[in-house]
Ligand binder design. Structure first.
Ligand code: RUQ
Ligand code: CUA
Length: 640
């Protein structure tokens, strides 16, 4: 018996089954050592503030890209060069809540140049370069709070969009919360993206009624030029929302004709309004970020632009707002509804042209539910949240309450298959699933509750992702893997689009950092009053200079360190005892600066943190710190 039991335990999970896996599942996710995955998947980190990079189908994690949060692993947000990335109108904010990654598109197809992500808490959008996998730009979104319906891009990445989840007084002012109704407003922001550089610019905001704007997606194909936003709390309640914001049988999807608004503002429409927001840009030649505070925004009153904004009644507190690859259908995932609502873009246009309105909300025309409805998926499940597409005419909707992924046909709206999720699924991702051309081979469900799926790790467990093979009629569960932080959405792309472009080093001859020590003779130490600047270089396996004397208590020491390696995958690290920030991890050809304010007299070491050669442990140096009034002269050794 004992032998039998231990045999069982070796081959089965503790609850005695194989989680309904077919025996071929392992083969389908097995990527042999040394071989590469077929897809990159970028998972939002939610409350980690960062983005994680995984391979599919293996589920292996490759990297965590710091975006909105300080990241001691490489010094992002700690080094002088990257601190400006986290600047906002509220000052330095070293954390955010990152929800929805979206990859740039050209002609509705993923082009793999950038990935955009939103910061939910202190409203921001970041752009990450997919050559370097580094955050290149962060723009704050003014007049907003809880930037949740973001950061989705239009068919040619003309715009990346942000919509406020919480309506607030615009401009902000000191008023009673009881005066919410009519006084609080919801700003929808359209941020244009420069086609060559990706540079973001807040082109205009639309001042909408004080609803909660939850998610959004662009039109595509025929509906290109439109953007759709789900709303809830159209009741405009300001207390006990779980009851008071669920009174209306239907909330709305707001349909925004951004081309029309573009035309309006190009003809001088809109009102300039004071607003303070940070725009932070990282420059790869200076290896440094700059933060600028902007002072103005162009505000559009939608009632002044006839034909620009309409409201589509949608049951019942819709969450996800998803547009199919053809652009014909807009799916409202009414999270308190058992049925899924599918609106028809064509019917919407016809109803608008026939001016068949059913009243208005603050002057914005409301269409009739029956006039825009393409149909419903009946009894798909309970608590629909998000829908993704495979490009073969099928949609995949997550149901949070019934904890399942449901496949249905977009045209017939018949349910084809359903698979349980472990447990309580939020988003689902199919590579390219938010584009005109999805790669419908895998779907990844992102689950909120993990419970018994992994070995327990105390009260907090990582969330789980589940990989399905969706190449056949029925979905097949292949793999479970933990994800870091709380993944909301993710974005996937074939590896063959990104991998060949991935950058290997920064060229030293392109390094324009103002404190770079490029040639050997540029390494030196300079004192300007209490400020000391150390121009340092690093290469296997030494720092130049390695020993420094003449530093005093009360000095502010800037270590500007340039990595002279020009080989792929040879970063060096730098850590200084007693420095109250983090290490630096410096890529080949890059310059980074760490500030250290020595508080104690003595001789203090620094060292390289990344095991870079057999003599890595020898990669070290000392700084002699003398009393504040000492007259020991500044000196340094260059290895003689
Ligand atoms: S959310 S689980 Cu996208 Cu932040 Cu729906
Ligand atoms: Cu350089 Cu270890």
């Amino acid at each position: 018996m004992a032998v039998m039991f231990s045999g069982c335990n070796n081959s089965k999970s503790p609850n005695g089954n194989r989680g309904a896996l077919a025996s071929t599942a392992a083969e389908k996710v097995y990527v042999p050592p040394g071989e590469h995955d077929e897809f990159y998947a970028f998972f939002s980190g939610g409350y980690s503030g960062n983005l994680t990079v995984y391979g599919l189908p293996s589920g292996r994690m490759f990297k965590e890209i710091p975006v909105f949060s300080q990241f001691p692993t490489n010094g992002y947000g700690y080094s002088e060069e990257t601190k400006p990335m986290l600047n906002t109108s509220h000052g330095f904010i070293p954390w955010d809540d990152l929800h929805h990654p979206d990859i740039s598109q050209t002609d509705g197809k993923l082009d793999g140049r950038w990935i955009f992500v939103n910061g939910n808490n202190t409203p921001r959008i970041a752009r990450i370069d997919l050559k370097t996998f580094e955050t290149d730009e962060i723009i704050e979104v003014p007049n907003s709070a809880g930037n949740h319906s973001s950061s989705f891009v239009t068919e040619n990445t003309e715009y990346v969009v942000a919509g406020t989840r919480f309506s607030v007084p615009v401009p902000q002012k000191d008023i009673s919360i009881k005066e919410y109704r009519g006084n609080f407003k919801g700003a929808l922001s359209f941020i244009e993206v420069a086609p060559e550089t990706g540079r973001m610019n807040l082109k205009f905001q639309i001042m909408m009624p004080g609803f909660d704007y939850d998610l959004s997606h662009p039109g595509r194909g025929k509906s290109h030029g439109w953007f759709f936003f789900t709303t809830y709390n159209t009741e405009e309640a300001n207390t006990l929302l779980e009851v008071n914001a669920s009174q209306n049988d239907k909330d709305f999807i707001a349909a925004v004709n951004w081309k029309k608004i573009e035309e309006y503002i190009n003809n001088g429409g809109g009102t300039k309004m004071p607003a303070e927001y940070a725009h932070n840009v990282y420059d790869h030649s200076t290896h440094s970020a700059k933060s600028t505070i902007k002072k103005e925004v162009l505000m559009v009153d939608p009632t002044k632009v006839p034909g620009a904004v309409f409201l589509l009644p949608t049951p019942k507190s819709p969450h996800g707002c998803d547009v199919d690859p053809t652009g014909k259908y807009i799916i409202g995932n009414g999270k308190l509804s058992a049925d899924l609502t599918i609106h028809s873009f064509g019917k919407m246009i016809a109803a608008i042209e026939a001016e068949k309105f059913d009243g208005d909300a603050y002057g914005i025309p409301i269409l009739k539910f029956e006039d825009v409805l393409a149909g419903q998926v009946k009894s798909g499940g309970l608590g629909p949240l998000h829908t993704e597409f495979d490009g073969k005419g099928n949609a995949y909707t997550t149901f949070f309450i019934s904890s399942e992924l449901v496949k249905w046909n977009v045209e017939t709206r018949e349910v084809i298959d359903r698979q349980p999720n472990y447990y309580s699924v939020g988003h689902v991702m199919i590579p390219g699933g938010n584009s005109a051309a999805p790669f419908g081979k895998y779907a990844v469900a992102m689950n909120k509750i993990t419970k018994d799926r992994y070995l327990p790790t105390g009260p907090e467990l990582e969330h789980s992702a589940q990989l399905f093979d969706i190449s056949g009629e029925k979905m097949e569960l292949l793999l479970d893997f933990p994800t870091h932080g709380e993944p909301h959405y993710a974005a996937g792309i074939p590896a063959e689009i990104l991998a060949p472009e991935s950058q290997k080093i920064y060229r030293l001859e392109d390094n324009k950092h103002e404190f770079a020590a490029l040639g050997g003779d540029e390494t030196r130490v300079e004192r300007h009053g209490n400020e000391v600047h150390v121009y340092m270089s690093m290469i296997r396996s030494h720092f130049t200079p390695d020993n420094i004397e003449g530093i005093r208590v009360g000095d502010k020491v800037y270590f500007h360190i340039t990595n002279h390696e020009q080989d792929f995958d040879v970063p060096h690290g730098f850590a200084m005892i007693g420095a109250n920030n983090a290490e630096l991890l410096i890529m080949p050809g890059q310059t980074r600066t760490l500030v250290w304010e020595p508080g104690q007299v003595g001789v203090w070491p620094f060292y390289c943190t990344d095991f870079c050669s057999a003599l890595h442990q020898e990669m070290q140096g000392y700084v002699r710190v003398s009393p504040a009034n000492s007259d020991i002269k500044l000196s340094w050794s260059l290895g003689e």
